[in-house]
Design a protein around this ligand. Structure first.
Ligand code: FDA
Length: 303
C-alpha cells in the first residue's frame, strides 16, 4: 500500500515541487544520490573503488520529452565515459532508454544508444541498459538485442516480478547478452506481475540459477541477504567460480554488506546515480523501504 503510494508520487510533478521545499527531503536524498555533478559522482566512485568494489554510473533522468533532451543526455553520458577513462576509475555506465528518447521514437533511442555503446567500445567499457516499467519492456529488449548484434559490450536488466521474465532470460541467454537480475522497482498490473513478494523472490532464485549456470557473465542485483546466501550456496554446490558473476547493490544501501562480500572475494559493483533529476529515483528508493519514509516523517517537523 505504502509502496504503491510512493510509486504513484514518483510520477507527480506537483508533489515534487511541494516536497523540494523541505530541507529534510532534499538532505535525505543525498544518502542515495552521489551528487548533482559528474565531479561528485567520480569522487563517490573513487571511494567505492577504494574498498575493492566496482561501480556503474547513472546520469539520472527518464521520460525525456524532446529529441534535444535525448541528445543532451547522450552527450553527458559520453562525457562520463571519457572521464571514467581519464580518471582511471573502475566503472561502467547504466542508461535508461526513455532518457534517450524511447517514449518519443524507438529508432531515436536505438541510434542514441548505439553511439554510447560505440564510444564505450572504443574505451573498452560496457553499457548496461536499465529496465523501466512494463510499457517499455519489449522495446527495451528489442533495442538492446539489435545493439548487441553490432557489438557485444551492451547488456540489460531482467525483473523477477514479471511473469514473462523466464522466457526473456532464455532468449537473452541464447544470444549471450549479459543480464543484471533485479526484483523490479515499478508498480505493475496484477495481470503481468507477481503480487506477492514471496513469488517474486522465488522467481528471482529460479532465474539466478539459470544465469549462474550459463556461460555468460551476469549480475545478481539485490540487498536481500537470503537471496545473496542462496546465490553463494548455489555457486558453491555447482563449483561455479566467484569470478563467473558479480553482485550489484545501490549506492547508500547496505554498504556493510557490499564491503563484506568484497572481503569474502566476491565481485561487487555499486550503482552510483548522480545529476539534477533525482526525484523519481529517490521516490522509488523510499517506496522500497517504509523505514526510509518514517525517518523523513520523524524529522519533518524539526525542519
Ligand atoms: P528487497 O526490497 O526485498 O529488500 C531486501 C533488503 O534490502 C531490505 O530488507 C533492506 O534491508 C534492504 N533495502 C532494499 N531497498 C532498500 C532501500 N531503498 N533503502 C534501504 N534499504 C533497502 N529495478 C528495476 O526495475 N530496473 C532496473 O534497471 C534496476 N536496476 C537496479 C540496479 C541495481 C544495482 C540494484 C541493486 C537494483 C536495481 N533495481 C532496478 C531495483 C530493484 O528492482 C529493487 O527495487 C531494489 O533492489 C530493492 O529490492 P531488493 O532486491 O534489494 O529486495
Amino acid at each position: 500500500m505504502l509502496r504503491a503510494f510512493f510509486l504513484f508520487l514518483a510520477r507527480q510533478e506537483g508533489f515534487k515541487n511541494f516536497a523540494l521545499q523541505f530541507r529534510i527531503f532534499r538532505n535525505t536524498a543525498s544518502r542515495f544520490v552521489a551528487g548533482e555533478t559528474l565531479e561528485e559522482a567520480i569522487s563517490a566512485i573513487r571511494q567505492v573503488n577504494q574498498q575493492s568494489i566496482s561501480a556503474t554510473i547513472d546520469l539520472l533522468g527518464e521520460n525525456t520529452q524532446t529529441p534535444e533532451d535525448a541528445e543532451s543526455a547522450c552527450r553527458d553520458i559520453m562525457t562520463a565515459l571519457d572521464r571514467i577513462e581519464a580518471e582511471r576509475v573502475d566503472c561502467n555506465v547504466s542508461v535508461k532508454l526513455t532518457q534517450l528518447g524511447l517514449a518519443l521514437d524507438t529508432e531515436l533511442a536505438f541510434q542514441t544508444l548505439s553511439r554510447i555503446v560505440e564510444r564505450a567500445r572504443q574505451k573498452g567499457n560496457f553499457v548496461r541498459v536499465d529496465m523501466e516499467d512494463s510499457p517499455y519492456t519489449q522495446r527495451t529488449l528489442d533495442v538492446v538485442t539489435r545493439a548487441h548484434e553490432r557489438v557485444d559490450n551492451v547488456g540489460t536488466v531482467i525483473q523477477s516480478c514479471l511473469h514473462r521474465s523466464q522466457q526473456d532470460v532464455i532468449n537473452l541467454l541464447q544470444r549471450k547478452i549479459k543480464i543484471r537480475l533485479v526484483k523490479g522497482a515499478y508498480l505493475e498490473p496484477e495481470s503481468i506481475a507477481f503480487r506477492k513478494k514471496k513469488d517474486t523472490d522465488e522467481n528471482f532464485v529460479k532465474l539466478m540459477r539459470m544465469l549462474l549456470s550459463s556461460d555468460t557473465y551476469h549480475a545478481i542485483a539485490t540487498h536481500d541477504e537470503a537471496i545473496i546466501d542462496a546465490t553463494k550456496e548455489y555457486a558453491r554446490s555447482q563449483s561455479i567460480p566467484k569470478e563467473h558473476f558479480e553482485f550489484q547493490m545501490l549506492y547508500g544501501v547496505r554498504r556493510d554488506l557490499q564491503v563484506r562480500l568484497a572481503k569474502e572475494g566476491y565481485r561487487v559493483r555499486t550503482y552510483v546515480p548522480y545529476g539534477l533529476r533525482w526525484y523519481p529515483y529517490y521516490m522509488r528508493r523510499l517506496a522500497e523501504r517504509p523505514a526510509n519514509v518514517w525517518f523523513i516523517l520523524r524529522n519533518f517537523f524539526k525542519d
